[in-house]
Design a protein around this ligand. Structure first.
Ligand code: ADP
Ligand code: MG
Length: 377
């Protein structure tokens, strides 16, 4: 099968009419695996409505000895993510490893602790689930579900750009994840295709809470990824959830165009564009999405959709999303536009790029000057 999405039929989001109620869709789920069924029931119970910021119960403390380390799935500025296999249940997980020295040097201690805290709190069908964390004298470790379908980034680059309904499908799932985070007063701050993974069925899983933070009021820190950073962050004004809606607009733009609107090879010029350049749409952008993006990628915070009195509802009720049945989508009950060609449950890494492997020295037990900084791990 071709891996590009250019050839997909346009009816990706079937215009489900009212006859197709949530009740009915739930009844069709009997053929699913017990684990999936249970997951979906959990999601039913855990509606994205307001809930206090409370850590989930994870099943005890893990150590490095509980896992067999396999290949690298991704690398970032602060560490790397490995595929690992549990020595107990034989299942595959992703293990994010961050070097304490690097975290301290790059002044990311608070962000790293926030990442752990936020991951321990979030429970949503379109957000990665963390199972536990631990540390040795040199690094901290986070164990998450392994998401087999790869980065949305890879699919987008292979496809060049997505047809309107495909971009709409991914955007709608991301929108529900953002709605949930914001309902918990969590701002995400790093929305981009590299951090959006696809599960075995092709549903979205947002990973990387490296910049996520519980912010009931406002914050100032400059962080994120240049192309996706909101103007209020660039100009170091106080900001809140508004920044995620800007990035959400950039994500939709990139999915449809194949490039970001303010790109420049020189980062300073990118920032300048974010602050001043006019947003220009390729001619093939649908009028509805042009309208939506004009309201998301606006520098005027009093006009930015998602940031107004009705919050996420304004985004969900926008004409571009008119055929989305949000309740069904939340139950993952809408067919995905693309099923990753993977063998599920086998540690299949075919959808991930290869990275040079390093010799691994995890499990060190030396003097640790930074132990107190990462006490929660
Ligand atoms: N749970 C996961 N399952 C599979 N791959 C993952 C998972 N988490 C992260 N990755 C891969 O590792 C990359 C880096 O992880 P990320 O948390 O984004 O770290 P960084 O903060 O360095 O960007 C991701 O872009 C993705 O390719
Ligand atoms: Mg990342």
């Amino acid at each position: 099968m071709s891996e590009t999405l250019q050839e997909l039929p346009m009816g990706v989001l079937p215009a489900d009419s009212a006859q197709n109620s949530i009740q009915e869709s739930l009844q069709t789920q009997h053929q699913q695996e017990p684990q999936e069924q249970q997951e979906q029931q959990e999601q039913q119970m855990q509606s994205p409505a307001q809930q206090p910021l409370q850590s989930r119960q994870t099943s005890g403390k893990y150590t490095l000895k509980d896992f067999h380390i396999l290949r690298t799935l991704g690398t970032g500025s602060f560490g790397r993510v490995h595929l690992v296999r549990s020595n107990h249940n034989g299942r595959f997980y992703a293990m994010k490893v961050l070097k304490k020295k690097t975290i301290v040097k790059l002044k990311q201690v608070e962000h790293t602790n926030d990442e752990r805290r936020m991951l321990a709190v979030v429970t949503h069908p379109f957000i990665i689930r963390m199972w536990g964390t631990f540390q040795d004298s040199e690094q901290v470790f986070m164990i998450m579900d392994y998401i087999e379908g790869g980065e949305l980034f890879s699919l987008l680059r292979k496809s060049q750009r997505f047809p309107n309904p495909v971009a709409k499908f991914y955007a709608a799932e991301v929108c529900l994840a953002l709605e949930y985070m914001h309902s918990q007063d969590i701002i995400y701050r790093d929305l981009k295709p590299e951090n959006v993974l696809l599960d075995k069925n092709g549903h979205v899983k947002i990973t990387d809470f490296g910049f996520a933070k519980h912010v009931p009021d406002v914050t100032y820190t400059l962080c994120g990824t240049p192309d996706y950073i909101a103007p209020e962050v660039v100009s170091t004004k106080p900001y809140n959830k508004s920044v995620d809606w800007w990035s959400f607009g950039i994500l939709i733009f990139e999915m449809l165009a194949g490039y970001t609107p303010f790109y420049d090879s020189n980062t300073m010029k990118t920032y300048e564009n974010i602050l001043n350049a006019q947003l220009q749409f390729p001619p093939f952008f649908h009028a509805d999405v042009q309208d939506l993006l004009t309201q998301l990628i606006t520098r005027d915070l009093s006009k930015r959709l998602g940031n107004l009195q009705n919050g996420t509802d304004d985004v969900k009720n926008h004409a571009w999303f008119s055929e989305v049945v949000w309740e069904k989508l939340l139950c993952r009950n809408i067919e995905t536009p693309y099923e990753p060609p993977i063998q599920s449950g086998q540690g299949d890494t075919s959808q991930y790029d290869r990275y040079p492997e390093e010799e691994i020295f995890y499990g060190t037990d030396a003097e640790d000057p930074h132990k107190d900084l990462f006490a929660e791990f």
